[in-house]
Design a protein around this ligand. Structure first.
Ligand SMILES: Cc1cc2nc3c(=O)[nH]c(=O)nc-3n(C[C@H](O)[C@H](O)[C@H](O)COP(=O)(O)OP(=O)(O)OC[C@H]3O[C@@H](n4cnc5c(N)ncnc54)[C@H](O)[C@@H]3O)c2cc1C
Length: 319
């Protein structure tokens, strides 16, 4: 039963990752509006946000003039400013992109062109000697140094967003997975595992569950999330010195990934990864994490088979 004595919120945001909390903090600046963030887990940033490579991207790869390129450049500088202002661990250490053979040089040249058009001042084309000066254990035939790239603790950023949002007078509810949405004429009723919540508007920031949350709201997003897990190796402490900053390959345009990179982490250590492995569960971090409903969802989805076919074609040897 709905508790009619509880005042509805103006906005309920579903999902307490970086997107949910950034949205919350921005909306929270408006006067006289009440907002709640509903997060399924017992802490913020427990999924993609708290498990990613921790890189502040420069915008090198994006098509000049595209929304992604514009957003990435603006977001990067906002992120560094926010980190400075709030004492969040970060380091604008720069990265090197390394061509390991001559066939990768045209792609590197294209990246350099994009980077210049995307306003990456101070970017340098570096030869084998300069690569070795920056990263003594890397061998390459050609390279780019991008000074704008950095590393950060995105979990800490999200927690700080949460703290500032609560200081605006709003609410974060953890352990509040949304399991059902009832859209009424004036109000939306959200069923959560910790009780009902009513709101006038909802914002779906549910990350890997966002397609399901959209469907709960009666919206067909026209797509389905197919989970891929990014797996990383950690270098043993005796080998940390092998990587000073961030080391990236020239990306293969056939794949939607940047390629396996070496990332110095903001709290120490070096990771090598990620690969991209089809996962048997959304938000499944171990090989043993299996969800039959998740597998059935993508197994019966035409888009998944289309993607699998494309991937297969990419692997067919040419020539
Ligand atoms: C392997 C990998 C490496 C990456 N590396 C980088 C990087 O180096 N730099 C970078 O900028 N980006 C990186 N990204 C991308 C970045 O991590 C994501 O774009 C970002 O974290 C997405 O944030 P989000 O808030 O949308 O999702 P999430 O962080 O996944 O948050 C979604 C939240 O919604 C909650 N939720 C889900 N369903 C419900 C429900 N029904 N009710 C309530 N809550 C719910 C979840 O518990 C979760 O906390 C990487 C991504 C991956 C996968």
């Amino acid at each position: 039963m709905t508790d009619t004595t509880v005042k509805p919120y103006d906005v309920a945001i579903i999902g307490g990752g970086i997107v949910g909390l950034a949205t919350a903090l921005e909306l929270g600046k408006r006067e006289g509006i009440s907002i709640v963030v509903l997060e399924a887990e017992d802490r913020l940033a427990n999924h993609q946000t708290g498990n990613n490579s921790g890189v502040v991207h420069s915008g090198l790869y994006y098509k000049p003039g595209s929304l992604k390129a514009i957003m990435c450049a603006a977001g990067r500088e906002d992120m560094y400013r926010f980190a400075e202002e709030h004492g969040i661990a970060h380091d604008r250490c720069g990265k090197v992109v390394v061509a390991t053979n001559a066939s990768q040089i045209p792609k590197l040249e294209e990246l350099e062109r994009r980077g210049r058009e995307n306003g990456l001042d101070g970017m340098e084309r570096i030869g084998p000697e300069q690569i070795a000066e920056r990263e003594p254990h890397v061998k390459g035939v050609d390279g780019l140094f991008v000074p704008q790239t950095g590393i950060i603790d995105y979990r800490q950023v999200t927690e700080k967003y949460g703290e500032l949002f609560e200081a605006q007078g709003h609410e974060v509810r953890l352990n509040s997975r949304v399991t059902g949405v009832n859209v009424g004429a004036d109000l939306i009723t959200l069923e959560t595992v910790s009780g009902e919540v009513q709101a006038r508007n909802i914002v779906n920031c549910a990350g890997l569950q966002s397609d399901r949350v959209a469907r709960m709201c009666g919206v067909d997003p026209g797509l389905q999330i197919v989970p891929f897990r990014g797996e990383y190796y950690e270098l043993v402490p005796e080998k940390h010195h092998l990587c000073r900053t961030l080391i990236y390959p020239v990306p293969d345009p056939r794949f939607p990934f940047l390629g396996v990179h070496f990332t110095r982490m903001i709290h120490g250590g070096v990771e090598a990864g990620p690969n991209a492995v089809l996962a048997f569960k959304r938000e499944g971090y171990k090989h043993s994490d299996i969800s039959i409903p998740d597998m059935l969802t993508y197994g019966t989805y035409g888009g998944f088979w289309k993607m699998a076919w494309k991937a297969l074609i990419c692997y067919v040897p040419r020539g």
